[in-house]
Each structure stands twice: as C-alpha cells, then as structure tokens.
Design a binder for this molecule. Structure first.
Ligand SMILES: [Fe+2]
Ligand SMILES: [Fe+2]
Length: 307
C-alpha cells in the first residue's frame, strides 16, 4: 500500500509540472510528497504492534486463561476418578449384600469377574470395557436377594414352579441395578439380565438368540459355568478339567457363543491359571463348598425340569 501511495504522489508531481511549469510543480511535488509520507506514517501507525505494556497485559490474560483451563482439567480428571470410585464402592457393597443371601462363594464371583475380563479382551473388547466387566460380572446373581429362602436355600432340586421363581433372579437383579445412568451399574444390570440366555434361544428370561444376547451376558454365561464345573460342591467333586472342557465345547452353538468357546479353548491355560491363583486361598477359607442348584442346573450338571 505504501508503494501505491508514493506512486500516486509521483503522478501528481508529473501532472503539476506539466500544467504549471517548473517551480509551481516543485512546490506541488513537495506538498504531494508530504501528503504521501504522512499517509505512509499513518498506515504504519495503524498496523504497528501494541506498546510493550499492552503486550504484557495480553500475555497476563492468556496465562490466566491457560491456568484456569488446566485447573478445570485437573478437576474433571478428579471428578471422573471419584465417580469411578463411587461406582466401584457401590458394586462392592451390593456384592456384600448379595453374599448374605446367595450360596455362591466370594472366590467364585471374583474368578467370574477375572475370567470375564480376560475373555472380553480375547474377544477384542477394549481394556476399559474389560475392566468394567470384571467389576460388573460378580453381580450376575445379585437378584437372588429377592428369592424366598424356601426356594433359594432348598436343599435339593427345585420343583418346576420353584424354578419359575428362581429364574426371576435375572429380572430382579436387573431391576436393582438399572436406571442409575451410571455406566458400570448399567453394565452390571445387562449381565444380571442376560447371563442365563443361551445361544440357541432356549435360555431365560427373554429367550434371546445368538448375537441378540449382549456380549457381556454371553461372556459371563461361559466363564460362570466353567468355574462352577471346576469347583467342589457338597453334592459333587470338582470336575476334571478334561470333563469340564468337553462340556464347554459340546455346548458351543447350543448354550454358548461358539466364537467365545473357540477363544476360550485357545487360551484355556490362562483360565486355568486364574483358578489356580485362587486355590490356596480357597483351601484356607474352606470356600466353594456352597450349594447352588440354580448354577448347576444352568450348567446342565443336573437337568432343568420341564417348564
Ligand atoms: Fe444366575
Ligand atoms: Fe455364578
């Protein structure tokens, strides 16, 4: 722009010299040059950087904003951690409440959580989901809180009408866990509702079939039955690994998701290792001696009565 202004000044000089002669032209040229220089100076002033004190003020404001943003990020991370901790606390307290009514042992539900996490990772789920499932899976039978003692603690196989009541532990559990809007509790509700569905559509409570069954429920169904088969109960010895695996593979595509069975069998040593890790602790506590007919029937260790 400065060049344009200077050029305009020069043209003005040329015109003046042509029209008015030499001296008037020089005078006109001087005036034109002065106008041009003043215009240049004016424009430079407009785009000139702010004085140092203004720069200092701007950088102070910027630094304040950055600091505020950092503080907000720290608070957000802290709030997320607190929410995660609150959800974990809630899950653990529900587990404690459930343990008062359920025959399943704490070590069994712990292992179901660990195995569910491992199978989820093998199935390609991300680590965050797998970690959440590890916390949610142990609550799969929390709905047994709502089953009457006469049925829940009955020392023997259940009559068909009693089975109908026992099956409601899935919907009762989901009812306890759902509706909070908290992702971990929502996942636990999903597991509670779907862990007795079967791949072939013959499970309960909704008789869902194949991939319509939530992946969380399919995963927990498999590891829950595996751990139950491998555990001692008052009415049965632990099954040998070969027998348990024969049962699992035989149920691929019937009770269990065949893809999950394949992944499980490919890495069976990992699942056995999870069981081994708990064995000493179990022996010390005398755990896994509880009676759970519902679980055994689910695994078809005892036949399900006709509905
Ligand atoms: Fe169950
Ligand atoms: Fe179980």
């Amino acid at each position: 722009m400065d060049i344009v202004v200077m050029r305009a000044g020069a043209l003005l000089v040329a015109d003046a010299a042509h029209l008015a002669g030499y001296w008037p032209a020089l005078l006109t040229a001087a005036l034109a040059a002065a106008v041009a220089v003043r215009e240049v100076l004016r424009r430079r002033t407009l785009v000139a950087p702010p004085p140092p004190d203004r720069l200092t003020e701007m950088s102070r404001i910027l630094a304040t904003e950055v600091a505020q943003r950092r503080r907000s990020e720290v608070m957000l991370v802290s709030a997320r951690a607190q929410l995660g901790e609150a959800q974990s606390q809630m899950i653990n307290r529900l587990r404690s409440a459930s343990a008062l009514r359920d025959n399943e042992t704490a070590s069994h539900t712990d292992r179901v959580g660990q195995m569910a996490r491992h199978l989820a990772l093998l199935a390609g789920c991300d680590a965050e989901f797998a970690d959440q499932l590890a916390l949610a899976a142990p609550l799969h039978d929390v709905g047994k809180i709502g089953i009457p003692d006469a049925i829940l603690l009955k020392p023997g196989p259940l009559a068909p009408a009693e089975w109908d009541v026992m099956k409601t532990h899935t919907t009762i559990g989901a009812g306890i866990l759902m509706g909070s809007g908290l992702p971990l509790l929502d996942l636990a509700a999903e597991v509670a509702l779907s862990h007795h569905e079967r791949w072939n559509g013959q499970g309960y409570p909704r008789a869902l079939k194949g991939p319509a069954i939530p992946l969380s429920g399919r995963i927990v169904a498999l590891v829950d039955v595996f751990d139950a088969l491998m555990s001692a109960r008052p009415y049965k010895e632990p099954w040998p690994l070969s027998r348990a695996l024969a049962h699992i593979t035989g149920e691929a595509g019937a009770h269990f998701d065949p893809n999950l069975v394949r992944l499980f069998m490919d890495q069976i040593q990992d699942f056995v290792a999870i069981r081994e890790r708990d064995r000493d602790e179990e022996a010390m506590l005398g755990a896994d001696q509880a009676l759970d007919w519902e679980e055994m029937a689910s695994a078809q260790v005892i036949p399900l009565p006709m509905r």
